[in-house]
Write a protein that binds this ligand. Sequence first.
Ligand SMILES: NC(=O)c1ccc[n+]([C@@H]2O[C@H](COP(=O)([O-])OP(=O)(O)OC[C@H]3O[C@@H](n4cnc5c(N)ncnc54)[C@H](O)[C@@H]3O)[C@@H](O)[C@H]2O)c1
Length: 243
Amino acid sequence: MIFDHRTAVVTGAAGRIGQGTARKFAQYGVKLYLADIDMERLDAFAAELRSTGADVHSVFMDVCDLTSITTAAETILQDAARVDILVNNAGVWPRATALESSDDAWQKTINLNLNSVFRLSKIFGQKMKEQNYGRIVNLGSIAGEAGLPEMCAYSVAKAGVIMLTKTMAMELAKCGVTVNCVSPGMISDTASPTPGTWLGRSGTGDEVANAIVFLAADNTGYITGTDLPVDGGRTLGPRTTTL
Ligand SMILES: NC(=O)c1ccc[n+]([C@@H]2O[C@H](COP(=O)([O-])OP(=O)(O)OC[C@H]3O[C@@H](n4cnc5c(N)ncnc54)[C@H](O)[C@@H]3O)[C@@H](O)[C@H]2O)c1
């Protein structure tokens, strides 16, 4: 993968997939602005990356809050001058059926998982358009492709993320900006056996990070508007064979 002096913003960077992604970017020499609400974990992780020689900045950003998004983005843009890559990774998946969801809980889940992606893509997408170069990679989910019972608002939000990806990919196609989505399924800290995927195991944050970094590279610029499942074949259909 080629990254020619690139700068990336990764949200939810203190978590499993965020850390995996940041580690891989750092290996390619990408300058990093890592954002999260869990500053204790984020600062410790950023220090670990810095000790390997990486150029890493940690920033508090609550993606639920427009003011926090705007303030953090301004801080990043003042410091970085340009941002080439945005990874909209922050997300949470509260369990609730449609009938159980309070109106407030529904709004919060949509706000965190979908509105944040719109808001951040708008701010950094505008800058990418002006510089005629950019890569936006959004985190969808198998929930947004096939739906997951007891995660109704989350599934709807992630379906929105996938459609936001496709629409923005078309809108920014002539501006040097690609917009893609990676949809993980059954990811845990270590790959462990499960009958829930065709591969018979869960996946890791590192395996999702491989797909994110691939779609963020300089030399994958002919791919836009795609939704790439990283799910061990989970969305292929029910396992009807012992093969
Ligand atoms: N783990 C999976 O199986 C799975 C499956 C499908 C999709 N995803 C998606 O992948 C992304 C990352 O998942 P993960 O497994 O690394 O989760 P994780 O829980 O390990 O990490 C999520 C990170 O987001 C941060 N975060 C939470 N609320 C935030 C807020 N308001 N503002 C900023 N940061 C906030 C958390 O502090 C945490 O560091 C999410 O968008 C998730 O929906 C994960």
